[in-house]
Write a protein that binds this ligand. Structure first.
Ligand code: URA
Length: 272
């Protein structure tokens, strides 16, 4: 290109608004596609960035758990804890749910049941165990003289319904656990029953199957006290495997005996 032509082209570009050089090396964009190495470059960058992205995600998850701990530990009553949970930024899990499902029943009876996570009916009503599994749970409670309206207290590990009732992820459980631990402290149960493998895993760190751990008494530390705690079969599982109800019945009888020894449920005086 002659100098005269080059100057003319430059003037034309400046008039068109292209008045700044953005790279050291000129690129002729009228010439075919970039060579394969250049096309591979974004992937290489993505691969390099992957650990950073993972680190940022785990930091965000860590921040969420720290935030949950701070909020939960600041609560001095069950009502405050419920309000803290409702105000907490529970991320995608909370946004996908209709309700924050906190608890139902009578903590004063000091017999506490912990399930897995709300399902569709619980998400609609805002209360744990109100669907078919909940109706079976109510019958199980009644068989040993318990009733959520009078002396039994019920909650879940997870406070928001996982979409499509999928299993809660480890991150979701980690986010809810500070609230559950504080929940147990504030409810002050004399005995705790874990409903199903998910509750057994997250509350007691039990990784073996529920068929092995069910019916076994353990201890859960609350401050300076040790609270008896036992995993049993989840009512939803019993709906699918009714033949295993006899195992749950054995666990309920063991609970009834333990309650008698401990003087539970505690009599609840109601003014209303
Ligand atoms: N299953 C649970 O674990 N919790 C509920 O609240 C309902 C069903």
């Amino acid at each position: 290109m002659l100098d005269k032509d080059a100057l003319g082209t430059l003037n034309w570009l400046v008039e068109a608004g292209a008045d700044e050089a953005i790279g050291e090396v000129p690129v002729n964009r009228l010439v075919a596609a970039p060579p394969p190495q250049a096309a591979a470059a974004p992937k290489a960058i993505a691969a390099e960035a992957a650990p950073m992205v993972a680190m940022a995600k785990s930091q965000a998850a860590g921040d969420t758990v720290t935030n949950a701990q701070t909020l939960a530990n600041a609560a001095t009553s069950l009502a405050e804890l419920k309000a803290a949970l409702e105000g907490f930024d529970g991320g995608a899990l909370k946004r996908s749910a209709t309700s924050t499902v906190f608890a139902d029943g009578t903590p004063e009876g000091r017999v506490m049941f912990i399930g897995e996570a709300p399902g569709r009916d619980e998400d609609r009503s805002g209360k744990p165990f109100v669907g078919r599994a909940g109706q079976l749970l109510d019958k199980m409670l009644a068989s040993i003289g318990l009733d959520r309206k009078a002396n039994a207290y019920i909650t879940n590990v997870i406070n928001w319904r996982p979409p499509d009732n999928r299993d809660p992820s480890p991150e979701e459980a980690a986010m809810c656990l500070p609230f559950l631990r504080r929940h147990i402290e504030l409810a002050n149960p004399g005995v705790i029953i874990l409903l199903g493998a998910v509750a057994a895993r997250h509350v007691m760190g039990i990784s073996e199957g529920i068929m092995k751990s069910r019916g076994r008494w353990m201890e859960y530390r609350v401050g300076a006290c040790m609270v008896p705690i036992m995993p049993t079969l989840h009512p939803a599982y019993l709906l699918r495997q009714p033949a295993h109800k006899k195992l749950a019945w054995r666990d309920l009888q063991a609970l009834a005996i333990r309650m008698e020894t401990l003087g539970l449920p505690e009599p609840v005086s109601r003014s209303n």
